[in-house]
Write a protein that binds this ligand. Structure first.
Ligand SMILES: Cc1cc2nc3c(=O)[nH]c(=O)nc-3n(C[C@H](O)[C@H](O)[C@H](O)COP(=O)(O)OP(=O)(O)OC[C@H]3O[C@@H](n4cnc5c(N)ncnc54)[C@H](O)[C@@H]3O)c2cc1C
Length: 569
């Protein structure tokens, strides 16, 4: 068989790999994606666990609504369909409260709940979202997530960072200097009064990106929740639909996608990446695939440098720094429950009427102290088995079939995913399989707590339960390091130009022609189409890609002073 040869070879066909392939193929480059599994999509999986019941073991919410990629890649042409629903978020406490926070399509639901429970919160963080409006929200989100890190030699006053610039211009009435060093919990104390609403906001931030207790990351945490609010909808049929749309787009522009093709090694000659060799068990006949312009690694940074790049090509201290990158962040225990009736919280049918049943409920949302306890459990001092008390088990209970009938057979519902925070396998003092060994016990406690909150969630109502632990996620999908949704932490030391290491901050690597495009690069995590968009700037700068008039760069992009192509010319 002749040598396979392309301009660019992409390792991994998850969200980031397929999206950069779509961008490059649309730019006219011959592009090949090599995916280890039988199907592309990575964490955007959607699995039919029983005929007619579809669950998301990993990615479930669409956060990428503000991405330039939707427009640049015209995903609607390739089958991307959204569902907009009036109620995205609700909260329930053990002591009998239940509030529906609506969505940006139905702010009146939040107003009604707040008028009942906490009138002084009517002007809280919701006011920030209102005053930003759609255009301001998009601008702020693009400054935070869809902006490539600055060149490393450039120093910038934090106040002039793209996101603070937009914040100061758009929201001068909310600006004060101390915001720069604040964490989101401090910010919530300033603007939110009702404890359960603080819990909802803090948990929301944690599950969407930067943890609420990280100093200096207040705006990144707020931005995570804004990502959720901005999209306020989800792809019909689940996140895998989104994967299909991107893959179709890449194929329509001529990309080649090869599945069952795990890459075993990147071929490096004279310090330059020139192709890849497939692992012996790859189903594809030709094992060597050449890349004339670039190899892009769309698998995580540790897998890239510790497994598929030969040790002899790397400086030992660099390698050590790669293996030292901390994966410590929350990881998710994911439960999916098939049931006959939706949870009726506190036995009240009117807690959430069916037509506005929230697609995600945070429960029990009694105390911010409980969020701190869970943070401590999953980040630091876990010294024994997972505690099964309610204060350790705040859940995010998603019910997508309330707006998407493709998820469940008529007459049934899927509560999926139900998320619980756990320590990542790598940091569990009971060993990497600590949570797995407690899987049944944790499942039983979580279902018991659900019944305590919603008395109809009994064995008669529940038809089936499926669980994947952080370790299961990692095993199932080798890109999801730490079983985590953003790979490595979104803390100040691992954000923007520091992510995952300062010398890798602009997606380039010490190996010429090798670039990173995965959830461990900036901004990392979530299916945002952000890493590929940001990487495109660098590929243009390096003279590899030359897209057409459909492309527009980030207004905050600063070219590298030594740039050869694109923006330099
Ligand atoms: C429990 C959980 C919940 C989440 N919830 C959300 C959510 O609601 N919304 C959201 O937007 N995001 C969510 N995420 C995050 C999202 O899934 C990831 O950010 C996203 O999948 C990262 O995409 P990626 O392409 O970088 O990596 P991946 O999706 O991991 O894709 C990497 C791909 O590379 C392949 N691969 C690995 N090694 C090789 C090799 N040697 N050769 C060839 N191919 C290889 C893998 O098979 C995989 O297909 C969640 C993640 C988890 C774990």
């Amino acid at each position: 068989m002749r040598d396979e040869r392309f301009d660019v070879v992409v390792i991994g066909g998850g969200h980031n790999g397929s999206t950069i392939a779509a961008y490059l193929a649309k730019s006219g480059l011959s592009t090949c994606v090599l995916e280890a599994r039988p199907e592309c999509g990575g964490g955007q999986e959607n699995t039919e666990v029983r005929p007619g019941f579809r669950i998301d073991p990993h990615a479930t919410y669409l956060y990428g609504g503000a991405a330039p990629g939707f427009d640049q890649l015209e995903l609607w042409k390739y089958g991307m369909r959204m569902v907009y629903y009036p109620s995205m978020a609700g909260l329930v406490t053990l002591d009998g409260q239940a509030a529906n926070m609506g969505s940006r399509w139905r702010p009146d639901l939040a107003e009604q709940s707040l008028a009942r429970y906490s009138p002084e919160d009517q002007g809280g963080t919701g006011r920030i979202f209102d005053e930003l409006g759609e255009q301001g929200s998009r601008e702020l989100l693009r400054a935070l997530f869809w902006t490539p890190p600055l060149p490393s030699q450039l120093e910038m006053d934090p106040v002039d960072m793209p996101w603070w610039k937009v914040f100061r211009e758009r929201l001068p009435q909310f600006w004060f200097d101390q915001l720069l060093d604040m964490n989101y919990l401090d910010f919530l104390d300033e603007f939110v009064h009702w404890e359960p609403l603080k819990v909802l906001s803090a948990i929301g931030a944690w599950y969407c990106g930067a943890h609420p207790a990280w100093d200096g990351m207040m705006l990144q945490a707020l931005g995570g929740t804004l990502l959720f609010n901005y999209a306020s909808g989800a792809p019909r049929g689940g996140m895998h639909t989104y994967a299909h749309a991107i893959v179709r787009c890449a194929l329509a522009h001529g990309a080649r996608i090869i599945t069952n093709a795990p890459v075993g090694e990147v071929i490096i000659r004279d310090g330059r990446a020139v192709g890849v060799r497939l692992a012996d068990d790859a189903a594809f006949g030709e094992k060597t695939i050449w890349a004339d312009k670039a190899v892009i690694s769309a698998i995580d940074v540790q897998h890239t440098f510790l497994n598929v790049i030969g040790q002899r090509h790397l400086d030992p201290s660099f390698r050590q720094r790669i293996s030292d990158i901390s994966l410590k962040g929350g990881s998710l225990f994911v439960m999916s429950v098939i049931c006959r009736e939706l949870p009726r919280y506190h036995g009240r049918a009117d807690a959430f009427p069916d037509e506005v049943y929230p697609s995600c409920v945070v429960a029990p949302a009694d105390s911010l102290e409980w969020v701190r306890i869970q943070t401590r459990d999953s980040y630091s001092t876990r010294t024994g088995p997972v505690s099964l008390q309610p204060e350790h088990l705040t859940m995010m209970i998603c019910t997508h079939d309330v707006y998407d009938s493709t998820r469940a057979v008529e007459g049934f519902h899927v509560l999926s995913p139900i998320y619980l925070e756990m320590p990542p396998p790598e940091y569990d003092v009971n060993g990497p399989d600590g949570v797995n060994r407690q899987k049944d016990e944790i499942t039983k406690a979580a279902l018991g707590l659900l019944e305590q909150l919603a008395p109809n969630m009994t064995g008669e109502n529940i038809v089936d339960v499926f669980v994947n632990t952080p370790q299961d996620s990692e095993f199932r999908n080798t890109g999801l390091v730490g079983g985590n949704w953003y790979g490595i932490r979104h803390s100040e030391d691992q954000w923007f130009g520091n992510r995952p290491l300062p010398e890798l901050g602009r997606y380039r690597t010490p190996i010429e022609g090798l670039y990173l495009c995965n959830q461990t690069s900036h901004p990392g995590g979530l299916c945002l189409m952000a890493v590929p968009y940001n990487l495109m700037h660098v590929l243009i700068e390096d003279g590899i890609a030359d897209p057409g008039s459909w492309w527009y760069p980030s207004p905050f992009y600063v070219p590298d002073p030594s740039a050869k192509g694109g923006y330099a010319s």
